[in-house]
Design a protein around this ligand. Structure first.
Ligand code: HEM
Length: 580
């Protein structure tokens, strides 16, 4: 069945479609190997004791430690206060809250949505509570009123407070004029020409490298933790795309992966700590959980600083003049030898101080790594568990690529079913599953619910995406549900905020097109060469660390496919299959 959400029927056409992005084929750019600059200490020096990667190493899903949780009687007290407003109060028991704070929080939120409706108050401690929203209209209202110069009702509130230790002044968490200026400066670095360059030089090439790494496991029949592989692949991709730096994490265990996870888990734990010890200045280094998180941030910052230093030494006055002239003329600027975001920002923004630059780049590194890795993990999981959809996706890959191993830009526009599989996977597994906001002034949601000043708001993207009031057959994996393949790629606009994996409004993800292209290319390259089957008797549990992670990894057997004959769009380019 093709479905469509019940509230507004099929998504309306109106925004960019995959087909509109199938730009005329460019001659494939030669792959530019990403190298260290030898004049400064190579960043990898800090990873000297790296061991060869095994694809089997799991992320420590507890992060730095666990949260303090509220005893039941304190929470009950808050429920009494909360009950005075016109918002229903969730009947949250202490055990439920523990699950909410320590594990897969979105599952508990779903249960309360079923019991209390799409808007309810969730007390989490004696004075703290979240107004939980699981309704597209209310989510649209809140997201569009965040950092909106005409109607500024919400800010990032708690999320900014708890992740400041990681993002510093980065534009992912600042607000107001400061955020606006940074977003205006960074956004243009992800222009169309940049994405085209990344598709061939980075997304395709890195995915091909990952595919090659699977060959031994395929020959020997050993299981592969695909979640770990995707985390390594997406770190390598974001490193090259943002910094022109090769983390090489597909070859050696990069401590940065665990550091990013530990830091993100810490932000989640801070959001729900009953005793926010992290607010006491200087105490961090004396508390084991805090110390672990601070060490993780130190590693991420050092890595970023070293990369900025290397790049600054490469950019000269002439390049800065060219970049400024392009910016003034409103044209795209790309350094062909180093098209990275870092190079763009250094060439175009010499006025920005280095801490700001570090934090902006770090925002992109953190926001762009684990999110795409998790999207790929769950898309593959869903495909493997839905063999008919997998067959359809592989048939499309074979038909579009023909003898090519990596897609060209023109191919990308034709990989529409693969794109829908990624879209549908992000409906079922949104990363992050909740978005946080705080009311700056008193507000009223559609439906008449009052929001007091200072109220923390949690938009449950997971609930909206799983609600039977919003989607037909919500738990099923149906890539076809978004309408004809030549229609638009679903987004918040053409689904009226029923589908918001990249958020919406002014603070919408700046890297959405980058992420979709990266995921489609990576998946295409792997499905082109391999068949995947689940290792039997695995329980695939969910936990969160900003994105939805498996609890114990996603182990699969891989088997080389026979080279598919024929097909292809007939255009030259991409990496060719040696003997098709
Ligand atoms: C599948 C992959 C991705 C998903 C699901 C995703 C999701 C999101 C979401 C939901 C937000 C908004 C959070 C909010 O409203 O509070 C966001 C913001 C952001 N994302 Fe992504 N993202 C992805 C990939 C990327 C990539 C690849 C980059 C960088 C190249 C990136 C950079 C950012 C940045 C910098 C922000 C903050 C924007 C701002 O506040 O102005 N993301 N992302």
């Amino acid at each position: 069945m093709m479905l469509s959400g019940r509230t507004s029927g099929k998504p309306t056409v109106g925004s960019r479609s995959t087909s509109s992005r199938s730009a005329p084929l460019q001659r494939p750019a030669p792959f530019v190997p990403v190298k260290h600059v030898s004049r400064v200490a190579p960043v990898r020096a800090q990873n000297e004791d790296d061991e060869p990667s095994t694809f089997g190493k799991n992320i420590d899903s507890k992060g730095a430690g666990t949260s303090f949780t509220s005893p039941g009687w304190l929470t009950q007290l808050n429920m009494l206060w909360g009950g005075k407003s016109n918002v229903p109060v969730a009947n949250a028991q202490p055990d439920d809250i523990k699950e909410l704070l320590g594990g897969a929080l979105f599952k508990a939120l779903y249960k309360w949505m079923v019991e209390s409706g799409p808007i309810y108050l969730l007390p989490t401690g004696p004075v703290s509570s979240f107004l939980v929203i699981s309704d597209p209209a209310a989510a649209k209202h809140v997201l569009r009123s965040t950092d909106n110069s005409q109607r500024n009702i919400y800010d990032k509130g708690l999320v900014a407070e708890v992740s400041q230790f990681l993002f510093g002044q980065g534009f992912a968490i600042t607000g107001g004029e400061e955020w606006k200026a940074r977003r205006r400066a960074v956004g243009p670095s992800l222009h169309k020409g940049y994405l085209e360059a990344m598709l061939d030089r980075v997304f395709g090439a890195s995915s091909l490298f990952a595919a090659d790494k699977l060959r031994t496991a395929a020959a020997e029949g050993t299981p592969v933790n695909m979640e770990a592989l995707f985390s390594q692949l997406t770190l390598d991709i974001i490193g090259k795309s943002v910094f022109n730096y090769d983390f090489n994490s597909l070859t050696s265990n990069s401590p940065v992966i665990q550091a990013v996870y530990t830091a993100l888990k810490e932000t989640e734990q801070r959001a729900t700590d009953l005793l926010p010890l992290w607010k006491i200045p200087g105490i961090g280094w004396f508390i084991p959980r805090q110390r672990k998180a601070l060490e993780a941030v130190e590693l991420i910052r050092k890595t970023t600083n070293d990369l900025i230093k290397q790049c600054k030494e490469m950019v000269d006055e002439e390049e800065m003049r060219a970049a400024s002239a392009a910016a003034a003329a409103g044209t795209e600027y790309l350094n062909d030898a180093d098209p990275s975001v870092l190079r763009f920002l250094i060439a175009a923004r010499e006025e920005v101080d280095s801490t700001q630059l570090r934090d902006d780049l770090l925002s992109m590194l953190v926001a762009g790594h684990e999110t795409t890795g998790s999207a790929l993990t769950w898309t593959l999981y869903l495909l493997v568990n839905n063999p008919d959809k997998m067959a359809k996706a592989q048939a499309e890959v074979d038909a579009v690529l023909g003898a090519r191993l990596t897609p060209t830009m023109a191919d990308y526009g034709q990989l529409r079913y693969v794109m829908r599989c990624v879209n549908e996977s992000m409906r079922l597994y949104p990363h992050p599953p909740v978005l946080l906001r705080r009311a700056l002034v008193e507000d009223e949601l559609p439906g008449g619910f009052k929001v007091p000043v200072g109220q923390d708001v949690m938009i449950s993207v997971y609930n909206i995406h799983h609600s039977p009031a919003v989607w037909d057959d919500p738990e099923a994996f149906i890539p076809e549900r978004f309408g004809p393949l030549d229609g638009p790629v679903p987004n918040e606009q053409n689904t009226d905020f029923r589908y918001i994996p990249f958020s919406g409004g002014p603070r919408k993800c700046v890297g959405d097109q980058f992420a979709l292209m990266e995921a489609v290319v990576a998946l295409t390259v792997l499905l082109r060469q391999y068949d995947f089957t689940m290792v039997p008797n695995q329980k695939i549990g969910m936990t969160t660390g900003a994105t939805i992670h498996t609890t114990d990894g996603l182990y699969m057997y891989v088997k080389e496919r026979r080279a598919a004959a024929g097909g292809g769009s007939g255009v030259a380019g991409g990496k060719q299959l040696a003997a098709a």
